[in-house]
Design a protein around this ligand. Structure first.
Ligand code: ADP
Length: 165
């Protein structure tokens, strides 16, 4: 398990996770970047999936990405923390990891789900991400990368990872 700074669309892993919206038909932020890099076939496959609920996840091929697959998950919109956001965010990580295991994938990279347009405070989101993944890989060993878009986010993830070691 490690945190890196970079653009998740460049990572050659078995699956990158997309912080999608419930339509799965594209959006801004990391979702837009993934669709741009994967090409239109990703959109065509997503159209067949019938959307995705908050906290759940669906898998597609990676098309023109260096990653073999994309796991699309829908994070919660931050509403002050009183509407089950933490549990929903943890479910995004768990259900994405479940799909990786079901498809016999060994490496997976996550963006900081919900911390962009959806407004989840990065410190709290990183704590949930790291805790959920640490618990999960105890049972199912997977090579997990947290892909941070900014230097600040990377610092927060590294501090969080240090508390787990
Ligand atoms: P959400 O709607 O779930 O908040 P966003 O895409 O707005 O999703 O943001 C989620 C995180 O992804 C933010 O930390 C944002 O900075 C980051 N991000 C945006 N583009 C990329 C990218 N190309 N690679 C990795 N992370 C990215």
């Amino acid at each position: 398990m490690k945190a890196v700074r970079g653009d998740i669309t460049k990572l050659a892993v078995d699956a990158i996770v997309n912080a999608a919206n419930s339509s799965l038909l594209g959006g801004g932020g990391v979702d837009g970047a993934i669709h741009r890099a994967a090409g239109p076939d990703l959109f065509f496959e997503c159209r067949l999936l019938g959307g995705c609920k908050t906290g759940e996840a669906k898998i597609t091929k990676g098309y023109k990405l260096p990653a073999k697959h994309v796991i699309h998950t829908v994070g919660p919109v931050w509403n002050g923390g009183t509407r089950g956001e933490a549990e929903k965010l943890a479910n995004c990580y768990r259900h994405s990891l479940d799909l990786a295991v079901e498809h016999s994938l060994t490496s997976i990279a996550f963006p900081a789900i919900s911390t962009g347009i959806y407004g989840y405070p990065i410190e709290e989101a990183a704590a949930i991400a790291v805790r959920t993944v640490v618990d999960y890989v105890r049972e199912y060993p997977l090579d997990v990368t947290f892909c941070c878009f900014s230097a600040k986010d990377l610092e927060i993830y590294q501090a969080e990872l240090a508390t787990e070691e």
